[in-house]
Write a protein that binds this ligand. Structure first.
Ligand SMILES: C[S@@+](CC[C@H](N)C(=O)[O-])C[C@H]1O[C@@H](n2cnc3c(N)ncnc32)[C@H](O)[C@@H]1O
Length: 253
């Protein structure tokens, strides 16, 4: 028989930094000891806990996660919160690169009467976002959005891939080996997708609308610079729960 304390000890011994949380999630998902052992084995093999238990908590909302789909991170919570601050009660939001639809789900939760539309290039991600009740479309960035949304969107939020190619090998083993490269890899300097988001956002935002983009801690100046190059007015750098820069917000003139 294996209990919570054993599961924590096994995970900790294997070097899992969130052993307590992982063990609690696995225990809650397991029907009996045999199942717990099986789930534990999958975690020890490096599978993300969210894929094993089928959901992740994002700002208090349980978000369903299919295996193979990027697991929403804690640092993106402040990006989502900031996006909500630019979304009127009956406004329109677009969540680009939505993955499981975690940010879109939070926007809908916070503004139930707003329209929230999401896109992702990965069919598994779109299916997962649909599982979460999100109006999600398959395709490249803005391309699959209904054309009627042009110049009407209050806020565009994006957590695009932004890891520079030469940094991919340095990511924690679970992430680099399990999560899909197209969810992480941002090209040579990391900003290939971010730059395309910034370049096209102005055509979809209403006057005074906001673009909120997550990026790496050392990418803020470059992202802000691109935003200014495209005529956006940089409003602020968004900070994560630890006070570290995690995104940039800009508005149209
Ligand atoms: C870092 S993950 C973020 C997912 C989600 N926003 C979250 O925070 O949980 C990046 C996502 O962008 C998607 N993606 C990558 N390139 C894309 C593109 N050109 N157009 C739309 N989605 C893209 C990936 O499939 C992946 O789901």
């Amino acid at each position: 028989m294996i209990g919570r304390a054993d599961a924590v000890a096994v995970l900790r011994h294997a070097g899992f930094v969130a052993a307590e949380e992982d063990a609690a999630d696995l225990l809650a998902a397991a029907g009996d000891d045999m199942e717990l052992e099986a789930l534990l084995a999958r975690r020890l093999a490096g599978e993300p806990t969210a894929w094993i238990v089928g959901h992740v908590d994002f700002l208090g909302i349980p978000v369903r996660v299919r295996p193979g789909v990027y697991v929403a991170r804690w640092k993106s919570e402040q990006v989502a919160r900031h996006a909500v601050s630019h979304l009127p009660v009956t406004g329109i939001a677009v969540d680009l690169c939505t993955g499981s639809g975690a940010l879109a789900a939070f926007l809908r939760h916070a503004r139930p009467r707003a329209r929230v539309v999401a896109t992702d290039i990965d069919a598994a991600a779109v299916a997962c976002a649909l599982d979460n009740g999100i109006e999600a479309h398959l395709g490249d960035l803005f391309e699959p959005l209904p054309p009627a949304l042009r110049a009407r969107v209050d806020v565009v939020v994006a957590v695009p891939p932004y890891v520079p190619d030469d940094m991919l090998a340095l990511l924690p083993r679970d992430v680099a080996r399990r999560e899909p490269a197209h969810a992480l890899a941002g090209g040579l300097g990391g900003l290939d997708v971010v730059e395309r988001v910034v370049a096209a956002a102005g055509g979809w935002l209403r006057p005074g609308g906001a673009l909120v983009v997550e990026a790496g801690i050392d990418q803020m100046d470059r992202v802000a610079g691109r935003m200014e190059d495209h005529g956006l007015v940089v409003d602020r750098v968004v900070e994560d729960g630890d006070g570290d820069p995690c995104g940039v917000c800009a508005t149209t003139a």
